[in-house]
Design a binder for this molecule. Structure first.
Ligand code: ADP
Ligand code: MG
Length: 490
């Protein structure tokens, strides 16, 4: 065989493979994936195919490698041709192969609060998101004409499992629903909508589902994404006319987890995309989990059709944990971090922070960091000193204090608020005091019920919802609430 013949043979595998893929894959898949491929080397030992980003490399490895191998075996029967996929592509100028930047490594969601929250656990921060908005397996390699590739699934925080999630009355239902979904691919709780205020464990719980599903069936495709990333992907998809690719990526999973869906409010194109993605997944009996800091009907500028989809499955809430649960959380956290925590210090921290588990953890970390820097054992005195400046004022507020203040503001008696008396003159102040206990003390509904003379927790829940609504729509109610809030924060 002359050199010319060898050259032709060398050039031939890739062209024939491309041709075969054109017949085997549908035009959309061919256009999306095969068009991105570049032949970097083609001889009788190896065929090297370059892909423009770490993301597309990953995708092709996982979804199309077997197709490529099968077609290659047909094209070159009997030849032991090795297939190598790399994330490189030749420059436009010639044959030179330029490495594209390595994927940006990002930390999984941090469990330990950062310096800002350690310094002041009052600050309620949203979940940490990698600076570039993308997870660790994504390459942000520029692709001038097509924009960045859609985000790969974020890495799940290895600490966010069911085993590390402490349950109590405040979160039992949500945890049970999450476990049921994770253990059962045909769970009727689909979609699962988890809502609760910031720092109460939404992200932890939904990532626990992801971990469990992966442990149960290692082949399951789990995609965990923040809404921010989803929005980003859709915007890029529209801008660079690559919605097909985005759609394929989002629909090709067994479990789609979208965190903080409330951020989709007002973004019409993203809502439409989410709606169709949801339908495609649900129709194919795939599972969908979302979190939000509000109930579906409370999310303003969210399409009705999406709200109604959320009603199809199960809506569960996470409430601020009760004292006992808070103590258990602090102790568990101390255990996992190897912190020796005396019982009275655990109790002190749990009593000090009521309505946000992230803040609770922040206090523990701060106290333990101080103890270790001072080379002293943790003690209650030390905890009091260290947390003196950072504990939110509101932690000193109690339900009793609020009830008294409300009674004074409306010029009614405290025992009337605690009684079963009805009538507007008492009912409105009572409801407002419940609302304020929830909002400013972070007390659980059963705690609020108790503080108001042993009312049922559903009464407290209704009062909270009712005043939240009336505050928006009735200036008179807003006036009372704001006057009381000013007095509380004085
Ligand atoms: P959210 O997403 O609701 O804002 P996260 O899931 O980020 O809250 O939780 C904040 C922190 O509190 C995380 O470190 C999480 O592990 C911890 N946390 C929340 N609830 C619990 C719980 N029930 N048991 C153990 N840790 C919890
Ligand atoms: Mg979160």
């Amino acid at each position: 065989m002359g050199e010319q013949d060898v050259q032709e043979l060398r050039a031939g595998h890739w062209e024939r493979l491309e041709e075969a893929l054109k017949h085997r894959l549908n035009p959309q898949k061919y256009g999306t994936w095969v068009r991105q491929m570049a032949c970097l080397k083609d001889d009788d030992e190896v065929l090297v195919i370059g892909l423009p980003s770490a993301f597309s490399l990953d995708w092709v490895q996982n979804h199309y490698r077997h197709v490529l191998e099968e077609e290659l075996a047909k094209i070159a029967p009997g030849v032991e041709l090795e297939l190598e996929l790399v994330s490189k592509r030749p420059t436009a100028a010639g044959d030179e192969v330029l490495p594209i930047p390595e994927p940006v490594e990002s930390e999984p969601h941090e469990i330990i609060p950062d310096a800002a929250s350690v310094a002041g656990p009052r600050v309620a921060r949203p979940d940490p998101v990698p600076a570039n908005g993308y997870g660790s397996s994504i390459s942000r390699a520029p692709h001038p004409s097509r924009g960045p590739a859609p985000a790969a699934s974020l890495v799940l925080n290895e600490k966010y499992t069911f085993e590390t999630f402490v349950t109590g009355p405040s979160n039992q239902l949500a945890a049970a629903a999450a476990q049921s979904m994770a253990d059962n691919p045909d769970s009727p709780y689909n979609p699962l909508f988890v809502f609760g205020q910031v720092g109460l464990g939404k992200t932890h719980l939904i990532q626990a589902i992801g971990h469990r599903v992966r442990a149960r069936s290692p082949d399951a495709r789990v995609r965990y994404q923040t809404t921010e990333q989803f929005v980003n992907d859709v915007i890029q998809g529209i801008r660079f006319e690559r919605m097909d690719e985005i759609r394929e990526v989002y629909r090709d999973c067994d479990l789609l987890i979208i965190d903080d869906i409330q951020f989709i409010a007002g973004k019409e194109a993203c809502q439409a995309e989410f709606f169709h993605t949801f339908n495609a997944l649900h129709g194919a009996k795939k599972q969908v989990v979302v979190t939000s800091d509000k109930l579906p009907h409370e999310i303003k500028d969210l399409e009705e059709r999406i709200k109604s989809r959320f009603q199809w499955g199960l809506i569960v809430d996470l409430q601020p944990p009760e004292l006992e649960t808070r103590v258990a959380i602090v102790k568990k956290k101390a255990d996992t971090e190897g912190i020796e925590l005396p019982d009275d210090v655990a109790m002190f921290i749990a009593q000090s922070v009521r309505s946000n588990v992230r803040e609770l953890e922040g206090c523990l970390i701060r106290v333990s960091a101080f103890a270790s820097l001072a080379s002293q054992p943790l003690s209650i005195e030390m905890a009091k000193t260290v947390l003196k400046d950072v504990l939110p004022q509101r932690s000193q507020l109690t339900c009793d204090h609020i009830v008294k203040l409300t009674a004074k503001h409306f010029d009614v008696k405290v025992q009337d608020l605690k009684s079963t008396k009805r009538g507007r003159a008492i009912a409105l102040p009572r409801q407002i005091s419940m609302y304020l206990c929830r909002k400013h003390v972070g007390a659980s509904y059963p705690e609020i019920g108790n503080a108001l003379g042993g009312k049922d927790h559903t009464t407290a829940l209704n009062a909270y919802n009712r005043i939240t609504e009336r505050r928006e729509t009735e200036p008179e109610v807003r006036g009372h609430v704001e006057a009381l809030e000013r007095a509380l924060l004085d």
